[in-house]
Design a binder for this molecule. Structure first.
Ligand code: ATP
Ligand code: MG
Length: 491
Protein backbone atom coordinates (compact mmCIF):
# COMPACT_ATOMS: atom_id res chain seq x y z
CA UNK A 1 0.00 0.00 0.00
CA UNK A 2 1.22 3.49 -0.81
CA UNK A 3 2.26 5.65 2.13
CA UNK A 4 0.25 8.50 0.66
CA UNK A 5 -0.25 10.31 -2.63
CA UNK A 6 1.73 13.41 -3.46
CA UNK A 7 1.39 15.92 -6.27
CA UNK A 8 4.49 17.84 -7.31
CA UNK A 9 3.97 21.08 -9.24
CA UNK A 10 7.20 22.58 -10.54
CA UNK A 11 8.23 23.93 -13.92
CA UNK A 12 11.77 22.55 -13.72
CA UNK A 13 11.83 18.99 -15.05
CA UNK A 14 14.93 18.16 -13.00
CA UNK A 15 13.12 19.01 -9.79
CA UNK A 16 10.03 17.06 -10.77
CA UNK A 17 11.99 13.99 -11.75
CA UNK A 18 14.25 14.21 -8.71
CA UNK A 19 11.28 14.43 -6.36
CA UNK A 20 9.41 11.66 -8.15
CA UNK A 21 12.40 9.36 -7.80
CA UNK A 22 13.06 10.24 -4.17
CA UNK A 23 9.44 10.06 -2.99
CA UNK A 24 8.36 6.98 -4.93
CA UNK A 25 11.52 5.28 -3.61
CA UNK A 26 10.11 5.95 -0.13
CA UNK A 27 6.79 4.34 -0.99
CA UNK A 28 4.67 7.38 -1.86
CA UNK A 29 2.53 7.55 -4.96
CA UNK A 30 3.76 10.58 -6.92
CA UNK A 31 2.25 12.56 -9.81
CA UNK A 32 3.59 15.78 -11.20
CA UNK A 33 2.54 18.80 -13.19
CA UNK A 34 4.56 21.44 -14.99
CA UNK A 35 2.28 24.46 -14.68
CA UNK A 36 -0.15 25.90 -12.18
CA UNK A 37 -3.10 25.26 -14.48
CA UNK A 38 -2.27 21.62 -15.11
CA UNK A 39 -1.64 21.24 -11.35
CA UNK A 40 -5.16 22.51 -10.63
CA UNK A 41 -6.45 20.06 -13.24
CA UNK A 42 -4.75 17.16 -11.48
CA UNK A 43 -6.18 18.20 -8.14
CA UNK A 44 -9.66 18.01 -9.66
CA UNK A 45 -9.09 14.48 -10.91
CA UNK A 46 -8.40 12.73 -7.60
CA UNK A 47 -7.60 13.43 -3.94
CA UNK A 48 -4.01 13.88 -2.80
CA UNK A 49 -2.48 13.68 0.67
CA UNK A 50 0.08 16.39 0.00
CA UNK A 51 0.93 19.08 -2.54
CA UNK A 52 4.53 20.17 -3.12
CA UNK A 53 4.21 23.50 -4.90
CA UNK A 54 6.83 25.64 -6.56
CA UNK A 55 6.04 29.28 -5.78
CA UNK A 56 7.63 30.70 -8.90
CA UNK A 57 5.75 29.10 -11.76
CA UNK A 58 5.81 30.73 -15.20
CA UNK A 59 2.01 30.83 -15.64
CA UNK A 60 0.72 31.74 -12.19
CA UNK A 61 1.74 33.74 -9.15
CA UNK A 62 2.48 31.14 -6.48
CA UNK A 63 0.67 32.84 -3.61
CA UNK A 64 -2.47 33.43 -5.74
CA UNK A 65 -2.43 29.84 -6.83
CA UNK A 66 -2.08 28.76 -3.22
CA UNK A 67 -5.15 30.77 -2.25
CA UNK A 68 -7.16 29.28 -5.06
CA UNK A 69 -6.24 25.74 -4.05
CA UNK A 70 -7.09 26.55 -0.42
CA UNK A 71 -10.58 27.71 -1.27
CA UNK A 72 -11.17 24.47 -3.17
CA UNK A 73 -9.72 22.16 -0.50
CA UNK A 74 -9.21 23.82 2.88
CA UNK A 75 -7.49 20.78 4.38
CA UNK A 76 -4.97 19.71 1.74
CA UNK A 77 -1.48 19.96 3.25
CA UNK A 78 0.71 22.17 1.07
CA UNK A 79 4.47 22.51 1.28
CA UNK A 80 6.04 25.26 -0.80
CA UNK A 81 9.25 24.93 -2.76
CA UNK A 82 11.14 28.23 -2.84
CA UNK A 83 14.43 29.20 -4.38
CA UNK A 84 15.31 31.39 -1.45
CA UNK A 85 14.39 31.05 2.17
CA UNK A 86 13.20 34.30 3.63
CA UNK A 87 11.06 35.00 6.64
CA UNK A 88 8.85 37.33 4.56
CA UNK A 89 8.23 34.64 2.00
CA UNK A 90 7.38 32.17 4.74
CA UNK A 91 4.99 34.62 6.39
CA UNK A 92 3.18 35.30 3.14
CA UNK A 93 2.97 31.57 2.46
CA UNK A 94 1.66 30.72 5.93
CA UNK A 95 -0.93 33.46 5.68
CA UNK A 96 -2.29 32.03 2.46
CA UNK A 97 -2.47 28.60 3.97
CA UNK A 98 0.77 26.73 3.29
CA UNK A 99 1.84 24.37 5.98
CA UNK A 100 5.57 24.47 5.51
CA UNK A 101 8.21 25.41 2.97
CA UNK A 102 11.45 23.97 1.70
CA UNK A 103 14.27 25.87 0.15
CA UNK A 104 16.18 24.80 -2.94
CA UNK A 105 18.63 23.11 -2.71
CA UNK A 106 17.32 20.91 0.06
CA UNK A 107 18.61 18.04 2.11
CA UNK A 108 16.73 14.87 1.18
CA UNK A 109 16.47 13.72 4.78
CA UNK A 110 14.89 16.97 5.87
CA UNK A 111 12.51 16.99 2.94
CA UNK A 112 11.40 13.43 3.66
CA UNK A 113 10.83 14.32 7.31
CA UNK A 114 8.67 17.31 6.33
CA UNK A 115 6.72 15.23 3.83
CA UNK A 116 6.13 12.45 6.36
CA UNK A 117 4.91 14.95 8.94
CA UNK A 118 2.50 16.63 6.54
CA UNK A 119 1.05 13.33 5.34
CA UNK A 120 0.75 12.12 8.93
CA UNK A 121 -1.16 15.28 9.92
CA UNK A 122 -3.56 14.69 7.04
CA UNK A 123 -4.11 11.07 8.10
CA UNK A 124 -4.72 12.05 11.72
CA UNK A 125 -7.36 14.49 10.61
CA UNK A 126 -9.07 11.88 8.51
CA UNK A 127 -8.84 9.36 11.34
CA UNK A 128 -10.50 11.87 13.66
CA UNK A 129 -13.30 12.40 11.18
CA UNK A 130 -13.77 8.65 10.74
CA UNK A 131 -13.66 7.96 14.45
CA UNK A 132 -16.26 10.60 15.16
CA UNK A 133 -18.54 9.13 12.51
CA UNK A 134 -18.15 5.63 13.94
CA UNK A 135 -18.95 6.79 17.48
CA UNK A 136 -21.91 8.78 16.32
CA UNK A 137 -23.35 5.68 14.75
CA UNK A 138 -22.64 3.44 17.72
CA UNK A 139 -23.43 5.36 20.88
CA UNK A 140 -23.83 8.94 19.97
CA UNK A 141 -20.87 10.27 21.91
CA UNK A 142 -18.71 11.93 19.33
CA UNK A 143 -16.83 14.11 21.79
CA UNK A 144 -14.76 11.46 23.45
CA UNK A 145 -11.46 11.31 21.64
CA UNK A 146 -8.92 8.53 22.00
CA UNK A 147 -7.77 5.50 20.10
CA UNK A 148 -5.68 4.09 22.93
CA UNK A 149 -6.53 0.66 24.22
CA UNK A 150 -7.35 2.25 27.59
CA UNK A 151 -9.96 4.65 26.22
CA UNK A 152 -11.42 2.15 23.78
CA UNK A 153 -12.02 -0.47 26.46
CA UNK A 154 -13.43 2.20 28.75
CA UNK A 155 -15.91 3.20 26.04
CA UNK A 156 -16.89 -0.43 25.50
CA UNK A 157 -17.64 -0.62 29.20
CA UNK A 158 -19.63 2.62 29.06
CA UNK A 159 -21.71 1.27 26.20
CA UNK A 160 -22.28 -1.93 28.16
CA UNK A 161 -23.39 -0.36 31.44
CA UNK A 162 -25.23 2.66 30.06
CA UNK A 163 -28.59 0.96 29.38
CA UNK A 164 -28.89 -0.40 32.94
CA UNK A 165 -30.05 1.55 35.95
CA UNK A 166 -26.93 0.65 37.93
CA UNK A 167 -25.13 3.25 39.95
CA UNK A 168 -21.72 4.11 38.50
CA UNK A 169 -18.68 5.46 40.29
CA UNK A 170 -16.16 7.26 38.10
CA UNK A 171 -12.72 7.95 39.47
CA UNK A 172 -9.73 9.62 37.94
CA UNK A 173 -7.41 12.58 38.30
CA UNK A 174 -8.61 16.09 37.67
CA UNK A 175 -9.28 16.83 34.00
CA UNK A 176 -9.38 13.19 32.84
CA UNK A 177 -12.96 13.49 31.59
CA UNK A 178 -15.14 12.24 34.47
CA UNK A 179 -18.01 14.58 33.72
CA UNK A 180 -17.72 13.85 30.01
CA UNK A 181 -18.07 10.11 30.70
CA UNK A 182 -20.98 10.70 33.07
CA UNK A 183 -22.80 12.55 30.27
CA UNK A 184 -21.91 9.80 27.82
CA UNK A 185 -23.48 7.22 30.14
CA UNK A 186 -26.62 9.29 30.29
CA UNK A 187 -26.86 9.89 26.57
CA UNK A 188 -26.25 6.23 25.72
CA UNK A 189 -29.02 5.16 28.12
CA UNK A 190 -32.77 4.93 27.68
CA UNK A 191 -32.95 8.05 29.84
CA UNK A 192 -31.21 10.15 27.19
CA UNK A 193 -34.25 12.31 26.49
CA UNK A 194 -34.75 13.07 30.21
CA UNK A 195 -32.68 15.39 32.39
CA UNK A 196 -28.99 15.02 33.21
CA UNK A 197 -28.58 16.95 36.45
CA UNK A 198 -25.08 17.69 37.70
CA UNK A 199 -24.67 18.50 41.39
CA UNK A 200 -21.42 20.01 42.48
CA UNK A 201 -21.33 18.96 46.10
CA UNK A 202 -17.96 20.53 46.83
CA UNK A 203 -18.85 24.18 46.91
CA UNK A 204 -22.19 24.14 48.78
CA UNK A 205 -22.80 24.30 52.58
CA UNK A 206 -24.62 21.27 54.06
CA UNK A 207 -28.05 22.88 54.65
CA UNK A 208 -28.15 24.46 51.26
CA UNK A 209 -27.03 21.23 49.58
CA UNK A 210 -29.81 19.26 51.24
CA UNK A 211 -32.47 21.78 50.30
CA UNK A 212 -31.11 21.76 46.76
CA UNK A 213 -31.17 17.97 46.56
CA UNK A 214 -34.43 17.21 48.29
CA UNK A 215 -36.29 20.50 47.97
CA UNK A 216 -38.24 22.07 50.83
CA UNK A 217 -41.74 22.99 51.85
CA UNK A 218 -42.93 26.51 52.58
CA UNK A 219 -41.76 27.60 56.03
CA UNK A 220 -39.14 24.81 56.41
CA UNK A 221 -36.66 27.54 57.28
CA UNK A 222 -36.80 31.32 57.53
CA UNK A 223 -36.15 32.10 53.89
CA UNK A 224 -38.36 29.27 52.56
CA UNK A 225 -41.22 31.48 51.43
CA UNK A 226 -42.50 28.92 48.94
CA UNK A 227 -42.17 25.17 48.36
CA UNK A 228 -39.43 24.14 46.02
CA UNK A 229 -38.62 20.97 44.09
CA UNK A 230 -35.22 19.42 44.71
CA UNK A 231 -32.77 18.18 42.11
CA UNK A 232 -33.81 14.56 42.74
CA UNK A 233 -37.27 15.46 41.52
CA UNK A 234 -35.89 17.44 38.59
CA UNK A 235 -33.82 14.38 37.63
CA UNK A 236 -36.79 11.99 37.85
CA UNK A 237 -36.54 9.42 35.01
CA UNK A 238 -33.14 10.89 34.19
CA UNK A 239 -29.63 10.88 35.66
CA UNK A 240 -28.23 12.77 38.62
CA UNK A 241 -24.46 13.32 38.63
CA UNK A 242 -22.66 13.87 41.92
CA UNK A 243 -19.39 15.57 41.18
CA UNK A 244 -16.70 15.39 43.88
CA UNK A 245 -18.78 13.01 45.96
CA UNK A 246 -15.98 12.72 48.53
CA UNK A 247 -16.73 16.20 49.80
CA UNK A 248 -20.27 15.58 51.11
CA UNK A 249 -20.86 15.70 54.86
CA UNK A 250 -21.66 12.62 56.99
CA UNK A 251 -25.30 13.77 57.43
CA UNK A 252 -25.86 14.16 53.73
CA UNK A 253 -24.11 10.81 53.13
CA UNK A 254 -26.72 9.16 55.40
CA UNK A 255 -29.61 10.80 53.52
CA UNK A 256 -28.17 9.89 50.16
CA UNK A 257 -27.80 6.28 51.25
CA UNK A 258 -31.49 6.25 52.16
CA UNK A 259 -32.53 7.61 48.77
CA UNK A 260 -30.45 4.98 47.00
CA UNK A 261 -31.93 2.18 49.13
CA UNK A 262 -35.54 3.28 49.34
CA UNK A 263 -35.77 5.34 46.14
CA UNK A 264 -37.80 7.84 48.08
CA UNK A 265 -37.20 10.87 50.29
CA UNK A 266 -38.92 13.79 51.98
CA UNK A 267 -38.59 17.47 51.21
CA UNK A 268 -37.02 19.50 54.03
CA UNK A 269 -39.75 20.26 56.52
CA UNK A 270 -42.14 17.96 54.65
CA UNK A 271 -43.98 14.81 55.72
CA UNK A 272 -44.83 13.28 52.38
CA UNK A 273 -42.55 10.56 50.90
CA UNK A 274 -41.65 11.37 47.32
CA UNK A 275 -40.81 8.50 44.98
CA UNK A 276 -38.30 8.98 42.19
CA UNK A 277 -36.66 6.91 39.49
CA UNK A 278 -33.19 8.35 39.19
CA UNK A 279 -29.95 6.89 37.94
CA UNK A 280 -27.03 7.96 40.10
CA UNK A 281 -23.55 8.57 38.74
CA UNK A 282 -20.85 9.82 41.10
CA UNK A 283 -17.31 11.04 40.47
CA UNK A 284 -14.29 11.52 42.66
CA UNK A 285 -10.69 12.46 42.09
CA UNK A 286 -9.78 11.21 45.57
CA UNK A 287 -9.65 7.47 46.21
CA UNK A 288 -12.90 6.78 48.10
CA UNK A 289 -11.66 3.50 49.54
CA UNK A 290 -8.87 5.36 51.33
CA UNK A 291 -11.45 7.73 52.79
CA UNK A 292 -13.52 4.74 53.91
CA UNK A 293 -10.48 3.28 55.69
CA UNK A 294 -9.85 6.63 57.35
CA UNK A 295 -13.47 6.75 58.51
CA UNK A 296 -14.27 9.83 56.44
CA UNK A 297 -16.68 8.21 54.02
CA UNK A 298 -19.46 5.73 54.88
CA UNK A 299 -18.55 2.24 53.85
CA UNK A 300 -22.17 1.26 53.10
CA UNK A 301 -22.59 4.27 50.82
CA UNK A 302 -19.31 3.46 49.12
CA UNK A 303 -20.55 -0.03 48.26
CA UNK A 304 -23.86 1.31 47.04
CA UNK A 305 -22.10 3.75 44.71
CA UNK A 306 -19.38 1.40 43.61
CA UNK A 307 -21.66 -1.06 41.80
CA UNK A 308 -19.84 -0.31 38.59
CA UNK A 309 -16.48 1.36 38.78
CA UNK A 310 -14.93 3.24 35.88
CA UNK A 311 -11.33 4.28 36.35
CA UNK A 312 -10.20 7.03 33.96
CA UNK A 313 -6.53 6.81 32.97
CA UNK A 314 -4.34 9.91 33.28
CA UNK A 315 -3.25 11.33 29.94
CA UNK A 316 0.43 10.52 30.57
CA UNK A 317 -0.53 6.81 30.54
CA UNK A 318 -2.03 7.08 27.07
CA UNK A 319 0.26 9.45 25.23
CA UNK A 320 -0.74 7.95 21.89
CA UNK A 321 -3.99 9.93 22.24
CA UNK A 322 -2.19 13.29 22.48
CA UNK A 323 -1.97 13.97 18.71
CA UNK A 324 -5.68 13.23 18.20
CA UNK A 325 -6.67 15.40 21.12
CA UNK A 326 -4.51 18.21 19.76
CA UNK A 327 -6.20 17.95 16.37
CA UNK A 328 -9.64 17.74 17.98
CA UNK A 329 -9.20 20.88 20.08
CA UNK A 330 -7.33 22.70 17.32
CA UNK A 331 -10.33 22.13 15.05
CA UNK A 332 -12.69 23.36 17.73
CA UNK A 333 -10.80 26.51 18.63
CA UNK A 334 -9.83 27.38 15.05
CA UNK A 335 -13.49 27.24 14.14
CA UNK A 336 -14.40 29.31 17.17
CA UNK A 337 -11.74 31.90 16.32
CA UNK A 338 -12.37 31.81 12.57
CA UNK A 339 -8.80 30.79 11.77
CA UNK A 340 -7.53 28.18 9.30
CA UNK A 341 -6.64 24.87 10.95
CA UNK A 342 -3.48 24.99 13.06
CA UNK A 343 -1.03 22.11 13.26
CA UNK A 344 2.11 21.72 15.36
CA UNK A 345 5.76 21.77 14.25
CA UNK A 346 7.78 18.61 14.97
CA UNK A 347 9.61 20.48 17.74
CA UNK A 348 6.38 21.52 19.46
CA UNK A 349 4.91 18.06 18.94
CA UNK A 350 7.85 16.43 20.64
CA UNK A 351 7.48 18.61 23.73
CA UNK A 352 3.74 17.96 23.86
CA UNK A 353 4.28 14.23 23.58
CA UNK A 354 6.94 14.23 26.31
CA UNK A 355 5.02 16.41 28.75
CA UNK A 356 3.38 14.75 31.76
CA UNK A 357 0.05 16.66 31.70
CA UNK A 358 -0.71 16.88 35.44
CA UNK A 359 -3.99 18.65 34.51
CA UNK A 360 -4.75 15.95 31.91
CA UNK A 361 -7.12 16.64 29.00
CA UNK A 362 -8.36 19.92 30.45
CA UNK A 363 -4.78 21.23 30.56
CA UNK A 364 -4.17 20.09 26.98
CA UNK A 365 -7.35 21.79 25.86
CA UNK A 366 -6.22 25.06 27.46
CA UNK A 367 -2.78 24.79 25.86
CA UNK A 368 -4.35 24.35 22.41
CA UNK A 369 -6.80 27.19 22.90
CA UNK A 370 -4.02 29.56 23.92
CA UNK A 371 -1.79 28.50 21.00
CA UNK A 372 -4.63 28.91 18.49
CA UNK A 373 -5.55 32.34 19.76
CA UNK A 374 -1.94 33.58 19.71
CA UNK A 375 -0.93 31.94 16.45
CA UNK A 376 -0.19 33.78 13.23
CA UNK A 377 1.35 30.97 11.19
CA UNK A 378 -0.50 27.78 10.36
CA UNK A 379 2.03 25.74 12.25
CA UNK A 380 2.23 26.28 15.98
CA UNK A 381 5.81 26.25 17.19
CA UNK A 382 7.47 25.89 20.57
CA UNK A 383 7.27 29.64 21.29
CA UNK A 384 3.48 29.45 21.63
CA UNK A 385 3.58 26.72 24.27
CA UNK A 386 3.35 27.69 27.94
CA UNK A 387 6.52 28.15 29.93
CA UNK A 388 5.92 24.94 31.96
CA UNK A 389 6.12 22.87 28.78
CA UNK A 390 8.74 25.00 27.06
CA UNK A 391 11.17 25.14 29.96
CA UNK A 392 12.12 21.56 29.15
CA UNK A 393 13.05 22.68 25.66
CA UNK A 394 15.19 25.62 26.66
CA UNK A 395 17.72 23.56 28.55
CA UNK A 396 17.13 20.43 26.53
CA UNK A 397 20.38 18.68 25.85
CA UNK A 398 22.42 21.19 27.80
CA UNK A 399 22.16 19.07 30.92
CA UNK A 400 23.36 21.71 33.29
CA UNK A 401 24.62 20.32 36.50
CA UNK A 402 25.02 23.08 39.03
CA UNK A 403 27.64 21.19 41.02
CA UNK A 404 29.84 21.43 37.96
CA UNK A 405 29.93 25.21 38.35
CA UNK A 406 29.91 25.58 42.10
CA UNK A 407 33.13 26.70 43.74
CA UNK A 408 33.69 24.30 46.66
CA UNK A 409 33.46 25.64 50.20
CA UNK A 410 36.28 25.21 52.71
CA UNK A 411 36.31 21.59 53.81
CA UNK A 412 34.64 20.33 50.66
CA UNK A 413 36.65 18.30 48.16
CA UNK A 414 38.67 20.51 45.82
CA UNK A 415 38.52 23.53 48.14
CA UNK A 416 41.51 25.81 48.22
CA UNK A 417 42.33 28.21 50.98
CA UNK A 418 42.09 32.00 50.88
CA UNK A 419 41.24 34.12 47.86
CA UNK A 420 41.74 31.91 44.87
CA UNK A 421 41.86 33.67 41.56
CA UNK A 422 41.86 30.51 39.46
CA UNK A 423 38.32 29.88 40.80
CA UNK A 424 35.67 31.31 38.41
CA UNK A 425 33.58 34.23 39.65
CA UNK A 426 29.79 34.25 39.55
CA UNK A 427 29.96 36.39 36.40
CA UNK A 428 32.15 33.84 34.67
CA UNK A 429 29.84 31.03 35.76
CA UNK A 430 26.79 32.87 34.42
CA UNK A 431 28.62 33.49 31.14
CA UNK A 432 29.46 29.84 30.80
CA UNK A 433 25.86 28.78 31.40
CA UNK A 434 24.59 31.36 28.93
CA UNK A 435 27.13 30.26 26.40
CA UNK A 436 26.15 26.61 26.66
CA UNK A 437 22.49 27.44 26.23
CA UNK A 438 23.18 29.58 23.17
CA UNK A 439 25.47 27.00 21.56
CA UNK A 440 22.89 24.31 22.21
CA UNK A 441 20.18 26.34 20.52
CA UNK A 442 22.46 27.21 17.59
CA UNK A 443 23.24 23.55 17.09
CA UNK A 444 19.60 22.71 17.03
CA UNK A 445 18.71 25.47 14.58
CA UNK A 446 21.54 24.43 12.27
CA UNK A 447 23.43 27.58 13.29
CA UNK A 448 20.67 29.76 11.93
CA UNK A 449 21.09 32.84 14.13
CA UNK A 450 17.84 34.45 13.01
CA UNK A 451 15.86 31.40 14.05
CA UNK A 452 17.81 31.05 17.31
CA UNK A 453 17.07 34.69 18.17
CA UNK A 454 13.38 34.11 17.46
CA UNK A 455 13.30 31.07 19.67
CA UNK A 456 14.95 33.00 22.48
CA UNK A 457 12.59 35.89 21.83
CA UNK A 458 15.41 38.43 21.68
CA UNK A 459 16.46 40.69 18.78
CA UNK A 460 19.01 39.22 16.39
CA UNK A 461 21.40 42.08 17.21
CA UNK A 462 21.33 41.12 20.88
CA UNK A 463 22.12 37.54 20.04
CA UNK A 464 25.01 38.70 17.83
CA UNK A 465 26.43 40.78 20.67
CA UNK A 466 26.22 37.83 23.02
CA UNK A 467 27.89 35.53 20.50
CA UNK A 468 30.77 37.99 20.16
CA UNK A 469 31.09 38.67 23.86
CA UNK A 470 31.02 34.99 24.80
CA UNK A 471 33.48 34.12 22.05
CA UNK A 472 31.26 31.56 20.39
CA UNK A 473 32.92 30.52 17.16
CA UNK A 474 30.07 30.51 14.65
CA UNK A 475 32.37 29.54 11.77
CA UNK A 476 33.84 26.55 13.54
CA UNK A 477 30.30 25.47 14.50
CA UNK A 478 31.65 23.29 17.25
CA UNK A 479 30.47 22.84 20.78
CA UNK A 480 32.44 25.35 22.79
CA UNK A 481 32.15 23.64 26.12
CA UNK A 482 35.38 21.78 25.35
CA UNK A 483 37.72 24.69 25.61
CA UNK A 484 35.86 26.62 28.30
CA UNK A 485 37.53 27.63 31.51
CA UNK A 486 35.99 24.62 33.21
CA UNK A 487 37.62 22.11 30.93
CA UNK A 488 40.99 23.82 30.75
CA UNK A 489 41.63 26.02 33.77
CA UNK A 490 43.93 28.90 33.19
CA UNK A 491 42.37 29.87 29.92
N1 ATP B 1 -11.32 11.81 25.86
C1 ATP B 1 -11.66 13.09 25.71
N2 ATP B 1 -11.95 13.55 24.48
C2 ATP B 1 -12.29 14.85 24.30
N3 ATP B 1 -12.37 15.75 25.28
C3 ATP B 1 -12.11 15.36 26.53
C4 ATP B 1 -11.73 14.01 26.81
N4 ATP B 1 -11.53 13.91 28.14
C5 ATP B 1 -11.76 15.13 28.67
N5 ATP B 1 -12.12 16.01 27.71
C6 ATP B 1 -12.40 17.45 27.90
O1 ATP B 1 -11.53 17.92 28.91
C7 ATP B 1 -12.19 18.82 29.77
C8 ATP B 1 -12.20 18.27 31.19
O2 ATP B 1 -13.04 17.14 31.28
P1 ATP B 1 -14.02 16.89 32.52
O3 ATP B 1 -14.58 18.18 33.01
O4 ATP B 1 -14.95 15.82 32.15
O5 ATP B 1 -12.92 16.36 33.57
P2 ATP B 1 -13.10 15.94 35.08
O6 ATP B 1 -12.43 14.62 35.22
O7 ATP B 1 -14.53 16.06 35.48
O8 ATP B 1 -12.21 17.01 35.82
P3 ATP B 1 -12.31 17.56 37.35
O9 ATP B 1 -11.94 16.43 38.25
O10 ATP B 1 -11.28 18.63 37.37
O11 ATP B 1 -13.72 18.04 37.52
C9 ATP B 1 -13.59 18.99 29.22
O12 ATP B 1 -13.61 20.12 28.39
C10 ATP B 1 -13.81 17.73 28.41
O13 ATP B 1 -14.72 17.93 27.37
MG1 MG C 1 -15.43 17.41 36.81
Amino acid sequence: MSKGSILVVDDESEIREGLELLLSGEGYGVSSAETGESGLGKLEERPYDLLLLDVSLPDRNGIDLLREIRTRDPHLPIVLITAYGSIDMARAAFKSGAMDYITKPWSNDELLAQVAQAVEARKLREENVQLKKAFKQRFNFPNIIGKSEKIQSLLDLVAQVAPSRSTVLISGESGTGKELIAKAIHSASTRADKAFVPVNTGSIPVDLLESQLFGHVKGAFTSAVASKKGLFEVADQGTIFFDEIATISPETQAKLLRVIQEREFMRLGGTEQIKVDVRIVAASNIDLLTLVREGRFREDLYHRLNVIHLQLPPLRDRREDVPMLLTHFSERYCLENAKPLRTFTPGAMKLLMDYDWPGNVRELENVVERAVVLSIAERVDVDLLPETIRSKEIVRGVRLQLSEFMPPLPGEPGARSGADHSQPSLFQIMDEIERRIIVDMLERTNWNQTEAAERFMIPLSTLNQKIKRLGIDVRRRGRMGDDSFLASPGK
